[in-house]
Design a protein around this ligand. Sequence first.
Ligand SMILES: *[C@@H]1O[C@H](CO)[C@@H](O)[C@H](O)[C@H]1NC(C)=O
Length: 190
Amino acid sequence: QPQRCVPPFKNIAFNLEADATNTCGSEGPEEYCLRSPRQSCKNCDANDPDKAHPSRYMTDSKWNPTWWQSQTLNKLAPGPVNLTFHLGRAYEITYIRMTFQSIRPESFAIYKRTSKDGAWVPLQYFSSSCESTYGHSSRELITIEDETKALCTERFSDMYPYSGGNVVFSTLEGRPSAWRADQNKALQVS
Ligand SMILES: *[C@@H]1O[C@H](CO)[C@@H](O)[C@H](O)[C@H]1NC(C)=O
């Protein structure tokens, strides 16, 4: 018999190491550039503890802010970059929050998959060009017929702030059955 339960609330990303398809300095010292507000360039180097920005710096202590840094994306290092977190089991995800050291991306998306060879299913798109980048209008709504649809929002693609900007995705926000998600199979996004 299904039973109502309240699982413990945990930060499952804490200390979880992501696979990053691009990391600044992973093949020796190189320069990366941030715009904040004028362009400033620094060096990254995986072998120098003071200049390393590996992916595990994304999920370590919040009181000691360190960050993962990609190469400066240009013709030599074109995007997109994939960051993959292996959660290792099923979770009911409440929200995902990301803080950016640089300007937040013009476009990016969150996907999930529930088996190793399964398809990546979009959960949410963030873009200042929703229609042309992802083929979804930023004005779409979620209907009762398609509660798991991924929306596209322009809300977090602003240039400002240049540093420290947040992006938040609340998994149930805007979904008609959010208030009774425990009785809705489609919303139990394990
Ligand atoms: C990123 O992931 C997508 C979807 O799985 C894949 O098509 C693409 O090749 C990946 N990019 C890199 C650089 O690995």
